[in-house]
Design a protein around this ligand. Structure first.
Ligand code: PBG
Length: 305
């Protein structure tokens, strides 16, 4: 009765990785229990997620082919577009959010258009807009730009409006840091940059006030939900953003945070279940309304039992 913070499956979003082919279910070695799945297989996973009381998924695509411009990101017959249609068909109540970024689709693994050896911010906006519109057209309920280009929320907002999707909300990865904790994800999404790193567009982990600036810009541009990412090493940022803005706040409990607990649990060095629940609770306590987590299914099972 007097407990200040409580977790519920309602606040979780579960990330899913869709790949090309048929009958594919390939475990991600650095993320035990997480898989790359083809469209036919991912439908079953979506059903399982919904049956556990988790209201939403976040879809990532691993396309069959990659090129300089990441054209498969906005292909109407792309893996993510196919998966959205199949999932909405099989489990219409499950809320489908799509990650909007170029890094999974470009041959160089960067989050945008490359010019003179670096990402060109403004030229990337057009590609992200195409991608967001193509997700909406396939039936996505919400789009989540994760690239960290300046001005992308405004660009996506107006592209969605122009194409008749003005009611599709945008969850922006507003304060996204250049983090080592994304390591396992890059294996999962096959999106490791082939040269350089993402520090010209993702944030410096040393900066907190800058997070307020990034969030304010995204809200001004039309974001409906804002996100802080990663979560565990940035609880102070979550808390600050929560107390500074009135929008719903999501926190991304990223791949490295998942893998650390899984690995230590498998070694018998830590009580995996308790550590998982304590970590999720701390993210909620810091102020997150929504937690995007690879632990969503495991935690929902604990909460439901
Ligand atoms: C795409 C993207 C990344 C993550 C989510 N969207 C990777 C990155 O920025 O390199 C990371 C998620 C995770 O580590 O769980 N830009």
């Amino acid at each position: 009765m007097i407990r200040e913070t409580c977790l519920s499956p309602d606040c979780f979003v579960y990330p899913l990785f869709v790949t090309s082919g048929k009958g594919v279910k390939k475990e991600i070695s650095s993320m035990p229990g997480c898989y790359q799945e083809s469209v036919d297989v991912i439908v079953g996973s979506a059903k399982e997620v919904y049956s556990l009381g988790i209201p939403a998924i976040l879809l990532f695509g691993i396309p069959e082919t990659k090129d300089e411009l990441g054209t498969s990101a906005y292909d109407e017959k792309g893996v993510v577009q196919d998966a959205i249609r199949a999932i909405k068909d099989a489990v219409p109540e499950l809320y489908v959010i799509t990650d909007v970024c170029m890094c999974e689709y470009t041959s160089h693994g960067h989050c945008g258009f490359i010019e003179n050896g670096d990402v060109d911010n403004d030229k990337t906006l057009a590609l992200l807009s195409l991608e967001a519109v193509s997700h909406a057209r396939a039936g996505a309920d919400m789009v989540a730009p994760s690239d960290m280009m300046d001005g992308r929320v405004a660009a996506i907002r107006s592209a969605l409006g122009r194409e008749g999707f003005s009611s599709i909300p945008i969850m922006s990865y507003a304060a996204k840091y250049a983090s080592a904790f994304y390591g396992p994800f890059r294996e999962a999404a096959e999106s490791t940059p082939q040269f350089g790193d993402r520090r010209t567009y993702q944030m410096d982990p040393a900066n907190k006030r800058e997070a307020l600036k990034e969030v304010a810009l995204d809200i001004e541009e039309g974001a409906d939900i804002i996100m802080v990412k990663p979560a565990l090493a940035y609880l102070d940022v979550i808390s600050l953003v929560k107390s500074s803005f009135a929008l719903p706040l999501a926190a991304y409990n990223v791949s490295g945070e998942y893998s650390m607990i899984k690995a230590a649990g498998q070694m018998g060095w830590i009580d995996e279940k308790r550590a998982m629940m304590e970590m999720l609770l701390s993210i909620k306590r810091a102020g997150a309304d929504i937690i995007i987590t690879y632990f969503a299914k495991d935690a929902a099972r604990v909460l439901n039992s």
